[in-house]
Each structure stands twice: as C-alpha cells, then as structure tokens.
Design a protein around this ligand. Structure first.
Ligand code: GUN
Ligand code: ZN
Length: 439
C-alpha cells in the first residue's frame, strides 16, 4: 500500500549554505510558487509547485499556505525545560539568579507529575513558536527526563536532552553523586537514546556544580558513548569564570577544565562562550566544538556580548548555534531570539544579514547539532519538520509589509516584529500540530 501523500503549497524557503549578504541568493532555495511533498513523515520533494506536483500521486492531499512562507522548523540549541516558571525573574546576575530562582524551582521536578505537566506545556509553547527541535537541559532528577522524552516521543518530535549532573554547590535536594549521576545517565541512555527521534545528551551542568570526580564520570560516559551529544555551560559571566578557576586551580583557563575530562569535540555544545580567550577559542575550534549564542539570556542576565562575527570568521573559526536559553532567556520564539541577536552583534560593531539569521535558525543550527541529514533543510529524505510564517500577522507587520520589496527585507521584518503570532502552522514529521496546542 502506498503512503498518503500531502502536498504543501506556499512560498518555500530553505538554505544551501551560509549567506554572505542579503543579496546572496545562491545560498537559498526560494520558490514564489513552491511546494513540499510529504509522505510517512519524510520530505519526498521540494521546489517549484509545478515540478513537485508532477512527482506527486494524483490522490495527494493539497494544503495551500499561500501567501505564507514554508521553511524548515526552527531549532533551539540550548533551553532549560524546568525553567518555564523561572523566566522573567527580576534583578540578578547568573550565580545569584541560579541560587535565588532557578535551583528552588528545579527542585519541584522531583515530582514526576509536575515534570509531565511542564513538559506538556513546554512542547505546546515551543511548537506555538515554530520550534520543532530543541537541545534541552532537564533537572537533576531522572524522572524529569522521563517526562521530557515521554512527551517528545508522543509528539514524534526530534529532541536532544539529558539529566543535569550536579554534585556540589547546589541545594542538597538537587545534587546527585558521581556514581548516581553516572548510573542514572546510563539508565536513561538505554531507555531513551535512539527511541523514535530521541537523542540523549550527557549533561554536566557546568564546572561549578560538578566535582572533578563527576567530571571524570562525564568523560567516561562520553568515551563509552562517543556518538552522544555533550552539553554544558562555559564562560558566561565573570564571577562564574573566577569561581571555576578557583575550583580547578590547575586548569589554566575555563575551557581547559572541559578539555581535561575529554568533554570537547564535534558533538559538544557549550552554552554562552562570551568571554573566551584566544587560546580557548582555538581549543574549541580545533576540537570542532560548538559555541551556543543565547542573546536574550546574555542581555537579560547582563552576562555580556557574544562576538558572533569574530568567532565565526577568525583564523580558527568556531561552529556556532543559536538558542533561547529559557529561563535565563526571555522568549521561546527564535524570531525574538535572533532579533536580540542582531542587536548584540550590532553592539559588537557588526551586522547579521537576514538571510544568515534564518540560515542559523534552520540549517545552521542543524549543522551545529550534527543533524543536518535529518532536519533543518527541505532536502528529499529528511524529516518533514516545517514552520509556516505569516509576514503580515499583526497590524504593525501588515503596514510595514506594504513597503517591503525583497525577501531579505521580509525576513528582517519577521525577525524584528514577529513572534508566535507569525506562526500560522507547524508540522512535526508531516503532521500539522497547531490545532492541538493549548492556548
Ligand atoms: N549556568 C549553569 N546553569 C545555568 C542555567 O540554568 N542557565 C544559565 N543561563 N547559565 C547556567
Ligand atoms: Zn543554559
């Protein structure tokens, strides 16, 4: 029996490579009258409507999204799902913010039912914002990972997540031990990694909350499972950096702590990377590690300005992802995230062109997560995770659209004024999700 086919018609846009400028149309695949053909959750073809229609079965169901844009779903490369009730916590820098707001909140995730409730609301919220994949931190509790992956799996969403390992400098109720952190992680890997679309990430929270013995265990996990992602925080805040070096006095610099335990590499995702020395940036580049840009969080916590263009173009360039970092971050929307990202980059004396922004949210983040063979493009054979964007979603957007003349201008308008209201539909493995989201 042949699978049911769906033909989504609209203005299709995807990226082939980094766009050097707003005029670099060779970096994009854009069709004014385009289409994406889907069956069994996978993209069969994308391109001009006429070309794709010719490949479709006569019984294909046609959904017309004109005049809206159809893109690969957005990817958020760093977010804390247990911080939904931490977002918008007033008046603290990183370490005080963790102790005052975040650690108390994360303790609630000892309760599986609480974790399940927040996981449901979390996936509703990211989908409402057009995000179809996240790399997420759960709490220290195994049950929080169960809740997270359980909900992601039910929705057939591709995610990366892990239990934070933390054995010191946190409330008793939030600490594991090197052995229990290792054992719980092992158990979660065997339960969840490779189940449906779920990917496990070894997640030592950061050097401040992991003893050397725990860092050893995290390194052992990566040696035993070299295909896994590793996620942690690095060089976010000056007080954090100073404390890391106090706790690891022989390290030389913060990055060297992670290097020493074998935690750098192409699947290693380092949140923030704001205050790196040249040596640290070289070490991250040499190992193929990824620096994760979290603009709303970096502004909100007053952490500093990530130097996106310098790190991307230095002699030893860094691989870069972009992320919300909710709840240090202040929006679930990747449009809002890149709007703030644009301003951070502007404060560093550079500009990020709108094509590059949308490359970053789709193919760029997929490449940074080593997932571009599955998500982030409209290539045949990849998963049909898609977002449909309405550039005239609000009165202010509609009015500004009257003066927009190019695709790059339209994307910049979406980024600058858009949010969840601009997301008309979101598809996960070919399934339209929006109607089922809690409002
Ligand atoms: N560093 C360690 N934990 C966290 C966290 O939860 N959020 C942010 N922004 N930085 C961290
Ligand atoms: Zn974070």
């Amino acid at each position: 029996m042949t699978a049911i086919q769906t033909l989504l018609r609209g203005r299709t846009l995807s990226f082939l490579r980094w766009p050097d400028s707003a005029e670099d149309h060779g970096a994009c695949a854009y069709e004014e009258d385009g289409a994406v053909l889907i069956a069994d959750g996978v993209i069969l073809a994308a391109g001009s409507y006429a070309g794709v229609k010719a490949k479709a079965s006569p019984s294909a169901i046609v959904v017309d999204h004109h005049p809206h844009l159809i893109l690969p779903g957005f990817i958020d490369a760093h977010v804390h799902f247990p911080q939904m009730q931490v977002i918008a916590s007033y008046g603290a820098e990183l370490l005080d913010w963790l102790n005052t707001y975040t650690f108390p909140e994360e303790q609630k995730f000892v309760d599986l039912q609480h974790g399940r409730r927040i996981a449901r609301l979390f996936f509703d919220e990211i989908l409402r914002n057009g995000t179809t994949t996240v790399a997420a931190y759960c709490s220290v509790h195994k049950s929080s990972v169960e809740a997270f992956f359980g909900e992601a799996h039910q929705r057939n969403m591709l995610t990366i997540a892990g239990k934070v390992m933390m054995d010191r400098n946190a409330p008793e109720a939030l600490t594991d031990t090197p052995q229990s952190g290792y054992d719980d992680t092992k158990a979660l890997i065997s339960l969840w990694h490779g189940k449906g679309r779920q990917h496990y990430a070894v997640t030592p929270r950061f050097a401040l909350t992991s003893s050397p013995a725990q860092m050893e265990m995290a390194g052992a996990l990566m040696r035993e499972h070299p295909d896994l992602h590793m996620q942690t925080h690095l060089s976010e805040n000056h007080a954090e950096i100073a404390y890391a070096l106090e706790l690891y006095p022989n390290a030389g610099d913060y990055t060297a702590i992670y290097e020493r335990y074998g935690l750098t590499g192409p699947k290693a995702l380092f949140g923030h990377c704001i205050h790196l020395s040249e040596r640290e940036a070289d070490a991250l580049s040499d190992s193929g590690s990824v620096a994760v840009f979290c603009p709303t969080s970096n502004l909100f916590l007053g952490s500093g300005l990530f130097d996106y263009q310098r790190l991307r173009t230095r002699q030893k360039p860094l691989r870069i992802a972009a992320a919300s970092d909710v709840g240090g971050g202040t929006s679930y929307s990747m449009l809002r995230t890149m709007d703030e990202g644009y301003k951070v980059i502007a404060l560093n004396g550079e500009k990020l062109n709108p094509l590059a922004s949308f490359w970053q949210l789709t193919r760029g983040n997929a490449e940074a997560l080593s997932l571009a063979a599955r998500i982030g493009t409209l290539e045949p054979g990849t998963d049909a995770d898609l977002v449909v964007l309405d550039s005239s979603a609000t009165p202010a957007m509609r009015l500004r659209m009257e003066t927009v003349g190019t695709l790059a201008e339209e994307l910049f308008l979406l980024q600058t004024l858009g949010d969840d209201r601009a997301v008309r539909e979101v598809y996960v493995a070919g399934k339209a999700m929006k109607a089922d989201l809690a409002s």
